[in-house]
Write a protein that binds this ligand. Sequence first.
Ligand SMILES: Cc1cc2nc3c(=O)[nH]c(=O)nc-3n(C[C@H](O)[C@H](O)[C@H](O)COP(=O)(O)OP(=O)(O)OC[C@H]3O[C@@H](n4cnc5c(N)ncnc54)[C@H](O)[C@@H]3O)c2cc1C
Length: 228
Amino acid sequence: MVQVNLINFTPNAELVIAAAARLSSSSARTRELLEKLSPERVDGLLCQLISSGHLSTFEHVSFTFSIEGISRVTSHQLVRHRLASYTQQSQRYVPLKELHYITPPAISTRSELEAEFQRAVKAAHQLYCDMLEKGITAEDARYVLPSAIETQLVMTMNARELMHACSLRLCDRAQWEILQLFEKIKVEVEKVAPRIGAELRPKCYRLGYCDERESCGLFPTREEVTGS
Ligand SMILES: Cc1cc2nc3c(=O)[nH]c(=O)nc-3n(C[C@H](O)[C@H](O)[C@H](O)COP(=O)(O)OP(=O)(O)OC[C@H]3O[C@@H](n4cnc5c(N)ncnc54)[C@H](O)[C@@H]3O)c2cc1C
């Protein structure tokens, strides 16, 4: 089961973004802006930046998460988001003594398939352990391990990339596990930066329509909106 903890973040993230935005068109010093901007003004500025697409100011603030209990399927999808920093527990250096793995709900709800699935994963892990005992290194023995195996990592993303990643991964088209992961990331961000957290949404909210072939129902498709 995916667990996400926010372990570090830019303090006063929304104020920092707003002050940076104001600085671009003000003769005031940054420190002054940081002291003077009211919460309402910060909110208004963030709103403006988002609606006008001036998103570079969101790169000044970042969030670091510890992520546990995701499969290697999902960690592989996650690291495709290139504008972030990742440190993942190594299967080269850390032998996998205890078996923890993810079973997709579509399989866990089919008892006959779940039993087969478990047997296959356990058999692969048993062979892995046998190979370690026979002197094969963890880095080579791991080739037999399935993608269901759990992993843990630390990820740092700036707010702009978080908004982008969420626009893709909170979409109904994303796979269930990475969707759950980003739902938890959103909850963590909302605790410390509610305005930014509110912007962590599927892309259709920004577009005003669904650009996928079929809509999940949240927004009509582009074709339905434009008629072409
Ligand atoms: C539903 C879904 C299905 C997917 N299916 C597949 C699949 O079948 N096969 C597959 O390979 N991948 C697949 N992906 C992964 C996808 O192709 C992207 O690799 C992933 O979503 C990362 O997004 P990104 O490239 O927009 O941005 P990020 O890496 O998060 O970067 C953010 C933005 O920065 C800019 N950027 C980053 N790097 C560069 C660069 N080098 N040059 C120019 N601009 C850059 C781009 O504007 C980019 O959108 C899928 C993703 C989703 C959400």
